[in-house]
Ligand binder design. Structure first.
Ligand code: NAD
Length: 389
């Protein structure tokens, strides 16, 4: 079986789904590797490094014609999808719930699409394949570096002959994978860190990394299913915001990471709260996307400075800004999924397997994943006003 590694073409995407160090492992499971020329360029991995490790580097058209399965980071563009053929498999972070029509187009071409963002993350054997976690980890780390870079003062306490610098007060809102990494990174830089999450179970995790957990008097605990948070009611959200505002005003740096699956990210830092912050403070909104973010004033992909001197940064695709590190983790996630699916050198899909059933989005010419299929169902016509004539 030939597994091909695609060159990413999404704007700004620098990651790659294979690093040369893993080639020997693929060979050991009976897989031959093809690499689309230039696939590693964004992560500064030359074609020669793949070739030296035993992969065959091919130009795009030959690559797409020969690969049995294509591993990649982001979903194929419409043009790339047009180069895929019946029976081919494509594996990546395909975001079928954001682009169900794209999944439909792959199904119509007879392509089997497997998406790592649908992985059952609490299953212990799937942890090594958990690309959402590995990439959130990179994002949490990088968000702190970006904040430290934008902050015009020191993070650590510093005593020098020229005076003493006070440590930065950093607040992390949302303590999932990214938030925990952000706490650890800010602590390593010497900041005084506070953290808050609606899931009370995160208190112990935050404290174990050296943060002070903020307990709100409103006492909302919004643990949902699978370790995720549920959306708050408007009353809970109002109570949360009112109390958080008091903490926000005293902070030098705020990093927000809060997400609720399938929903717009919760609003945690309002424009009024930012108006109460000191000049020179920095806010990084990791949750910002076209859907909105945790910070009312943030705009995905943009940095702005408010009239009261607060820098608000909404970085795009943080893992891609550290492409070698994030690709190394991502490539391992992809390899482990491929290893799970390949038996005797060929990919065999067993839908009684929990990981297969959850991650296969299209197969046999149809969209087979329930959640994606539901999004493609026609919305029922509204009943005509005034009843039947
Ligand atoms: P996520 O990206 O969905 O959300 C980030 C955080 O935002 C979460 O901790 C969530 O509770 C928090 N949040 C949501 N609404 C909020 C609000 N209104 N105010 C404050 N915080 C809010 O989360 P994630 O990083 O993908 O992780 C989600 C969960 O999955 C965590 O419990 C994590 O430990 C768990 N997880 C488990 C495994 C495993 O068991 N192997 C693997 C990965 C993740």
């Amino acid at each position: 079986m030939k597994v091909g590694v695609a060159r990413e073409t999404a704007p700004g995407e620098r990651r790659v789904a294979l690093v040369p160090e893993l080639i020997a492992r693929y060979v050991a499971i009976g897989v031959e590797l093809l690499v689309e020329a230039g696939a590693g360029a964004g992560a500064l991995i030359p074609d020669s490094a793949y070739a030296d490790a035993g992969a065959k580097v091919l130009p795009g058209p030959e690559f797409y014609a020969q690969a049995d399965a294509i591993v990649r980071v982001q979903k194929p563009s419409a043009e790339e999808a047009g180069w895929l053929h019946k029976g081919q498999v494509v594996i990546g972070l395909l975001a079928p719930l954001i682009d169900p029509q794209g999944a439909m187009a792959l199904a119509e071409r007879g392509v089997t699409a497997i998406s790592l963002d649908a992985l059952p993350r609490t299953l212990s054997m799937a942890q090594v394949m958990d690309a959402l976690s590995s990439q959130a980890n990179v994002g949490g780390y990088k968000s702190v570096l970006i904040a430290a870079n934008a902050y015009g003062r020191y993070f650590p306490l510093l005593t020098t002959a020229a005076g003493t610098a006070k440590p930065a007060n950093v607040l992390i809102l949302g303590i999932g994978v990214a938030g925990l990494q952000a706490i650890g990174t800010a602590r390593r830089l010497g900041a005084v860190v506070k953290a808050y999450d609606v899931r009370s179970e995160t208190k112990e995790q935050a404290e174990s990394l050296g943060a002070t957990f903020i307990v709100l008097k409103s006492g909302v605990d919004a643990a949902g299913v699978g370790g995720y948070a549920r959306a708050l009611t408007p009353e809970e959200q109002k109570a949360q915001q009112d109390e958080l505002n008091g903490h926000i005003a005293t902070m030098d740096v705020i990093i927000t990471t809060a997400q609720v699956p399938g929903r717009r990210p919760p609003l945690l830092v309002t424009a009024a709260a930012v108006a109460g912050m000191k000049s020179g403070s920095v806010v990084v909104d990791m949750a910002a996307s076209a859907l909105g973010g945790n910070v009312e004033l943030s705009r995905a992909g943009e940095t702005l400075v408010t009239d009261n001197g607060v820098t608000i940064i909404a970085p795009d695709n943080l893992p891609s800004t550290m492409p070698a590190g994030s690709s190394a983790f991502y490539a391992r996630n992809i390899y482990e999924l491929v290893r799970h699916l390949v038996k005797d050198g060929t990919m065999q899909l067993d839908f009684s397997d929990e990981i297969t059933a959850a991650t296969v989005i299209t197969h046999g010419g149809a969209v087979v994943q329930e959640a994606t299929r539901r999004l493609l169902e026609p919305t029922p016509e509204p009943a005509p006003a005034g009843g039947a004539a």
